[in-house]
Design a protein around this ligand. Structure first.
Ligand SMILES: Cc1cc2nc3c(=O)[nH]c(=O)nc-3n(C[C@H](O)[C@H](O)[C@H](O)COP(=O)(O)O)c2cc1C
Length: 310
């Protein structure tokens, strides 16, 4: 096996990065970091692990949401400034908040015509009505409606959505109501079957989708019932809106990508994603996007392009 020389002090940085992890997982992370760093060095034909290579490897290994942990070791001053600015939210002037929007689609500004008579179903899993996810969804809904679509928007927090009990009725035979539980998901399944486009908005809570969204998505597992006669129709398109506080615009890409894959498993092809980041300001950043016309405009245009993709 090839031996790599590590620049002085770098192995200690691995210890510092992993200091927060309890023993049961600490060595897993250390090994991952060492393995990935040396793999990267080998790929680049290096025999010495340099500072630059090491930090590149760290950002590859840790999910984006671990950025504060990385900064704590790499650049404590930057962490302090970032954290302090987030604590001082009440003094932020409306319109001066550091909020940004990132659009993932490759086909922005599509020149195709808007198809007539399309049905769109939109859900928001944030219980914060008038929050950032909500405002962005409303702009998308407005653009779809103004361009001829029929749109229904639902707050998941208003519905009675029971938690999946794991009864597995949906693996034992056909279930006419899709899921054996009796609650507001039953009419929701009907709406989803009829929709051409599905829009899902959710905020990041504790580095993952918020709990309401997770409970809601568990209830989609019954679509995989092998005995189900009412299969999910093919050809539906999806659009995802996700909002978080941390300023890094890629911090929770892993969470959003998992949602894209989950929709794909249920035959919904996500064509675009809008990510709202750095959502800080008065009232913990509630609804700050409304002070930012360019962000609202991006949401509106995304809605039109989404409609064109149907
Ligand atoms: C319980 C809770 C946990 C949160 N966890 C995170 C987090 O891990 N990372 C982050 O960047 N923001 C986090 N936030 C901030 C929200 O993601 C942010 O305020 C978002 O804009 C909320 O969207 P909404 O206004 O549409 O509900 C959290 C907020 C709450 C209430």
């Amino acid at each position: 096996m090839k031996k790599f020389e590590w620049q002085e002090g770098l192995k200690e940085k691995i210890d510092a990065l992993c200091a927060i992890f309890p023993p049961v997982i600490k060595d897993r992370w250390k090994n991952r970091l060492i393995y990935n760093t040396e793999k990267l060095a080998a790929y680049e034909g290096l025999t010495v692990v340099t500072d630059d290579l090491f930090w590149r490897s760290v950002t590859e290994v840790f999910p984006g949401g671990y950025e504060p942990l990385i900064l704590k070791v790499k650049d404590p001053q930057k962490l302090k400034t970032t954290m302090l600015s987030s604590r001082d939210q009440e003094s932020m002037e409306p319109g001066k908040e550091p909020v940004t929007i990132t659009r993932w689609s490759q086909s922005v500004g599509s020149t195709t015509d808007v198809p007539p008579g399309k049905k769109i179903l939109a859900v928001n899993s944030s219980a914060r009505k008038g929050g950032n996810t909500d405002i962005i969804l409303d702009e998308i809904v407005r653009s779809c409606k103004e361009n001829g679509a029929t749109v229904e928007k639902i707050y998941l927090s208003d519905l009675n959505i029971k938690q999946c009990t794991g009864c597995r009725a949906c693996r034992k035979g056909d279930v006419k109501t899709i899921c054996a539980l009796k609650d507001d998901m039953i009419p929701f399944y009907d709406k989803l079957y009829e929709a051409d486009g599905f829009i899902a908005g959710f905020p990041i809570y504790t580095a993952r989708e918020n709990g309401i969204m997770a409970t809601f998505m568990d209830r989609w597992d019954c679509f995989s019932n092998p005995f189900l006669t009412r299969k999910m129709p093919e050809g539906k398109k999806g659009l995802i809106v996700c909002s978080w506080m941390w300023p890094n615009a890629t911090a929770y890409d892993d969470v959003v990508e998992k949602m894209v894959i989950l929709f794909r498993l249920h035959h919904i092809l996500t064509t675009d994603v809008l990510v709202v980041t750095g959502a800080r300001g008065k009232k913990h950043g509630k609804g700050v996007v409304k002070h930012h016309p360019a962000i609202l405009n991006t949401a509106y245009e995304t809605g039109v392009d989404f409609l064109k993709s149907l």
